[in-house]
Write a protein that binds this ligand. Sequence first.
Ligand code: NAD
Length: 355
Amino acid sequence: MKRYKICVIKGDGIGPEIVDEAIKVLEATSLKFGLEMEYDYKLMGGAAYDVFAEPLPNETLDSALSSDAVLFGAIGGAKWDNLPRDKRPESGLLKLRKGLEAFANLRPAVIYDELVEASTIKPEVLRDVDILVVRELTGGIYFGQPREKTEDSAFNTMTYTRAEIERIAKIGFEAALKRKKRVCMVDKANVLETSQLWREVVSEVAKRYPDVSLEFMYVDNAAMQLVRNPRQFDVILTENLFGDILSDEASMVVGSIGLLPSASMGGKVGIYEPIHGSAPDIAGQGIANPIATILSAAMMLRYALNEEKAATCIENAVKTALSQGYRTKDIAAYGAKEICTTSEIGDVIVKIIEQ
Ligand code: NAD
């Protein structure tokens, strides 16, 4: 039996409710595939501040560093909004990402036929869309030095080193190997020197992956193509700023926020979390959609634990539950046959896995 240690951070707001469902689903999947999971529950965000006066206590970072992966819900809420910046919940998450050296952000955008109406794009454009945006997360213009703002002018610096590009490119190509084996690198090489270096380095890395095809696309064109013909993409590999924008665009192309998982990885341990926040407006009501977190657990199985069959099993169970008309309140308008609470939809997915 294979054993894994998972650091579980439920967080604030709906975090505990949605993570509980992901754990339920992981347990059923582990039983089916002969995996043994040890869960180490730790605090982060507002919940951690209330106990430790720190949004990322040392014991949470230590647990994360000694685990195979981190499964995380969401953090934040009005109660902690007026704290000094370094005590606020989100600074806990930023510190965790830094501590784990998570330089790659992976965001799948998959369309479910039953929910095609949830998007503002025409159904015939959307069918079979399955994109993975691989975004560089710790370099580029958001972090480049020098940077300055005076009253009359301001500037930022976009820098990338060969090593930074090479390591994210490898993640992109490895991910493509597990998918349709196509990488589209998005840049602005007609204007930016950083993009030209990206093209050189990514082309070199591509030689090590002869089964994966590589194409280049300018970011302005990519933004258009994502809404014109999103089916053409498999893996989109790009730098921090372009990835920030394109990953949000890709998410909205496929629709509902409660369905979208993500991974922040690259160092020894990765963080697997839904893209949404802690949704304080619906916390504690039993109506949060846990599917994004359940799909994040599937990503964790695939990318952190290399348990591809278990990951696919969860993804297929989610598809089946949706195709049978089970919906949480947020997606009830799109073909609901039965409206479920947070735990009921978790139970439905577990039952499908057990069959
Ligand atoms: P949000 O993503 O929490 O919520 C936006 C809207 O989507 C809300 O109406 C919410 O009810 C709904 N929603 C989100 N997730 C849902 C789900 N699983 N099921 C059903 N409906 C869902 O964004 P926000 O309201 O801007 O932020 C709320 C708090 O979350 C803030 O404190 C913010 O800082 C924090 N936040 C945390 C993260 C994170 O933990 N990674 C990310 C974004 C925002």
